[in-house]
Design a protein around this ligand. Structure first.
Ligand code: LHQ
Length: 258
């Protein structure tokens, strides 16, 4: 009903958008369910990585434009406030990595949902469209913040103003996504990367995510201070102890995310 499939195995929580007839367009119910899933993932120690994908031929076509809540003349700010801002905040506040597995088109808020992940793994069929300007809007779902950081300002402005589709290869060549693989290898590659992250020292990964988000607007001096504080906390974790012991003993570490 909510349009989201979930599954949990080996520390990997799979969240799969499941409205394939609408190219996984997001309505109010799906935005809420997805946000709640990220919030629950934050509370559940057994979840160490989230793998976000979409069923069917597309990743996500953004806001469901047939939803009466976004009909022309309605208060779009209310939709942003109730649906998209809490969703993106929940993703970025999650102290665990989010991997996006993208096949087919990712448009509007769907593109920015992918870009809000920590790592984007795209199939060759994937494409990204900042389609907002085509309907008279600006990039939301964090796009105005994320796009210049991922693509550089000149390309971010071009993407946002022209609303042109770019291929996965283009996004990769521009340094905005982690990797592109054949679609036949997409599931396996994204699954392998998620499984690797699920064995990693989760608290360090969460701190990396937080530091990169928060330090972007700091001076180097202030960032150095924050790094000291994060390192101080991580130095007291079991995973740091395990990492150093494993290195010394020349064996593979077994991180527990603690
Ligand atoms: C859709 C959608 C869709 C409903 C395909 N909605 N049905 C935030 C808050 C407030 C207000 C507004 O916005 C936002 C954030 C945003 O995300 S704004 C941007 C919203 N998204 C778009 O503008 C993209 C609209 N979709 C498209 O441009 C195309 O569908 C793309 C380029 C994504 C895919 O094109 P095609 O591969 O040619 O597929 P299609 O257009 O034939 O779509 C397949 C079906 O999916 C079709 O339904 P039908 O019954 O005719 O088979 C579409 O109507 C439906 N669909 N996107 N966003």
């Amino acid at each position: 009903m909510s349009g989201l499939q979930t599954g949990h195995e080996g520390g990997v929580l799979r969240l799969t958008l499941d409205r394939p007839d609408k190219l996984n367009a997001i309505d109010a119910a799906l935005a809420r369910t997805l946000r709640e899933a990220f919030e629950e993932a934050a509370r559940d120690d057994a979840v160490r990585v989230v793998l976000l994908g979409g069923n069917g031929r597309a990743f996500c076509a953004g806001q469901d434009l047939s939803d009466p809540g976004v009909a022309p003349g309605s208060d779009l700010g209310a939709t942003i406030e109730s649906a998209y801002n809490p969703l993106i905040r929940a993703m970025r506040a999650l102290p665990k990595p989010v991997v996006a597995r993208v096949q087919g088109v990712a448009a509007g808020a769907g593109a920015n949902l992918a870009f809000a992940a920590d790592l984007v793994i795209a199939g060759r069929s994937a494409s990204f469209i900042e389609s907002f300007s085509r309907i008279g809007l600006i990039p939301d779902s964090g796009g105005t913040w994320m796009l210049p950081r991922l693509f550089g300002t000149a390309r971010a402005v071009g993407l946002a103003m022209l609303g042109e589709r770019i291929t996965a290869e283009q996004a990769h060549a521009w340094g905005a996504i982690w990797t592109v693989v054949d679609d036949s290898e997409l599931d396996a590659t994204a699954g392998m990367i998620a499984a690797t992250l699920a064995q990693a020292p989760t608290r360090a990964l969460g701190a990396i995510k937080r530091a990169f988000d928060e330090h972007a607007t700091l001076t180097l001096d202030a960032a150095l201070d924050r790094e000291r504080e994060l390192q101080r906390v991580l130095g007291a974790t079991r995973d740091y102890r395990e990492g150093v012991e494993a290195f010394t003993a020349k064996r593979q570490p077994r991180f527990e995310g603690r």
